[in-house]
Design a protein around this ligand. Structure first.
Ligand code: P6P
Length: 348
């Protein structure tokens, strides 16, 4: 029988965390609870995607020209509908929509900004690989208590109030931070509750894994090639190589590296001069979580949390994980890719 003292639900934990914020109003707590509820609804569909005829692609494409999978349309709609009427959010933005998602006119806008990637790695749905949802939460910074604007959304990651991701894998986990460490919860489907399973996650050192798509090698810059060779210890007789693990679903790769130590790398390359991953709803929230777990996230030049986003769907090169492994990437890029970095810096 599980002892009652060990049954910490996400609601209990968020409330306890809130207790550490004197003057907290409980609005963020309620917003995080709404996010956990949306995660449960999405988890229910991901675990039965094959049965619920929710597999496969729709006939539509998203703003990036990517075929929309039925499940990410469902996830996008669930998250919006769980938050559009609560009076806690002033504006939302989603990977699936070109523009902002305003709060419907008949609902009172709130104090927070919710930006999300409803189902990252959704191209893996049909092959049953782990996929994930990513959330970023900012405070409204524009004056007044009306609807939020793009200025409220395009804030540096250093101003994030909270970030979370959900991984739908062998079990469903929700990992979040409000700036007081990183905490993981595992969904107990028998009771429909997220229960604390990974308190105070710290990224272990030294990192064990590196995650990069070797199929892009021919498009890599000299700096990236030298960095990956270093990760593989190709020229070092006195150093062990890191293990290569790459699922092609960032949340799954990020989550393993967070728990076991390692670095996730999606660099700029010849075909993607700004990388593939988006700043506001992928890189920023994961950089926030990585930093809270004692790690670091860089675009190859500096801290991703310091970047001022220019566009909602702006892409950014990403190196996330153990600080020493990420800073090594910065070193190799400075050493071998000076001209490329100068060009990238103009677009940064
Ligand atoms: P590639 C999924 O489409 C995604 O955005 C991330 O989840 C994943 O890490 C990456 O793209 C995979 O991209 O180019 O290696 O197939």
């Amino acid at each position: 029988m599980t002892s009652l003292s060990s049954l910490v639900t996400i609601e209990r934990h968020i409330l306890d965390q809130q207790g550490q914020h004197p003057g907290a109003t409980g609005r963020l707590t309620s917003l995080l609870y709404d996010i956990a509820l949306a995660a449960k609804l999405i988890a229910r569909e991901t675990t039965r995607a094959g049965i619920a005829n929710i597999l496969g692609a729709t006939s539509d494409e998203n703003v990036h020209g990517e075929k929309q999978q039925k499940l990410d349309v469902y996830a996008d709609q669930v998250i919006f509908r769980m938050n559009d009427h609560t009076g806690r959010v002033c504006v939302m933005a989603s990977e699936e929509h070109d523009d902002l998602l305003p709060i419907p006119a008949h609902h009172q806008p709130g104090y927070y900004v919710l930006i999300y990637d409803p189902l990252d790695g959704s191209s893996n749905i049909d092959v049953n690989a782990s996929i994930g949802t990513i959330f970023a939460i900012h405070r409204k910074i524009t004056p007044g208590d009306g609807h939020g604007t793009m200025d409220d959304v395009l804030q540096p990651g250093s101003r994030l109030v909270a970030a979370a991701y959900v991984i739908y894998g062998s079990s469903t986990m929700l990992v979040y931070s409000t700036g007081n460490g990183v905490h993981g919860f595992t969904l107990d489907p028998s009771v429909g509750e997220f229960l604390l399973s990974h308190p105070d996650i710290r990224i272990p050192a030294p990192g064990q894994y590196y995650s990069v798509n070797h199929g892009h090698h021919k498009y890599w810059s000299p700096g990236i090639r030298h960095y990956v060779a270093w990760l593989q210890a190709l020229e070092d007789t006195d150093r062990q190589p890191l293990e290569h693990r790459y699922i092609g679903s960032m949340i799954a790769d990020f989550h393993r590296n967070l728990l076991r130590g390692g670095v996730f790398v999606y660099p700029a390359n010849e075909r993607r001069p700004n990388g593939k991953l988006r700043l506001t709803y992928e890189a920023q929230p994961l950089a926030f979580i990585a930093a809270q777990a004692g790690g670091y996230a860089s675009d190859g030049i500096g801290d991703i949390l310091d970047l001022q986003p220019r566009d909602l769907h702006q892409r950014v090169p990403v190196f996330m994980g153990n600080r020493d492994l990420v800073e090594k990437a910065e070193w190799f890029l400075r050493r071998f890719d000076r001209d490329l970095l100068a060009e990238y810096e103009k677009r940064r």
